[in-house]
Design a protein around this ligand. Structure first.
Ligand code: HEM
Length: 144
């Protein structure tokens, strides 16, 4: 019966992708236009996105065990895992940093550092999605 639900991972990945990107865009725009409420919405979305990334990593690791043992597939899965872990860490930092430094969003240089972090996060989401798509559409992982 459980087999009917496999693969798990593609069912869950859209939530963290959307929540993370919306979180980064709202927070970034809130910082640039100095709208505190946009920043709050962005931070909430980023937190939900981070929880979703954890779920994506867990289900990805489960699905990975069923992937073909092929060197080309393994290489892309390793890149996908690296980008996924980098996303987990950088998004976690984007949530933790403002909690640690309450004045972060008002301090000039730190504010720009934070915006750079948001750009990194969106870039990692794009890379992660692209590598995941490569696994499915180039190598047929999870569909063959
Ligand atoms: C770090 C641990 C991860 C592993 C081991 C992993 C593994 C996989 C595997 C094996 C696939 C092929 C489809 C399947 O069999 O499920 C896949 C696809 C995919 N993964 Fe991951 N993944 C991980 C993390 C993530 C994260 C964090 C995201 C995004 C937040 C993500 C986004 C995707 C996407 C978009 C696809 C393509 C799905 C589709 O087009 O149907 N993965 N991943």
């Amino acid at each position: 019966m459980l087999d009917a639900l496999l693969p798990f991972h593609p069912r869950l990945v859209h939530f963290p992708i959307a929540l993370t990107v919306i979180g980064a865009v709202f927070t970034g725009l809130g910082l640039l236009r100095r709208r505190e409420r946009w920043i709050s919405y962005g931070q909430l979305s980023a937190l939900l996105g981070w929880l979703g990334v954890i779920a994506a990593i867990v289900t990805g690791l489960i699905d990975q065990s069923r992937a073909p043992q092929d060197a080309a597939v393994t290489a892309v899965i390793n890149q996908h895992i690296t980008a996924g872990v980098a996303l987990l860490i950088s998004l976690g930092l984007a949530i933790y940093w403002p909690l640690r430094n309450k004045r972060l969003f008002n301090e000039g240089s730190a504010r720009w550092g934070y915006i750079a972090l948001l750009i990194l996060i969106v870039t990692l989401v794009a890379i992660e999605g692209w590598l995941g798509g490569k696994l499915v559409y180039t190598f047929g992982v999870g569909v063959k």
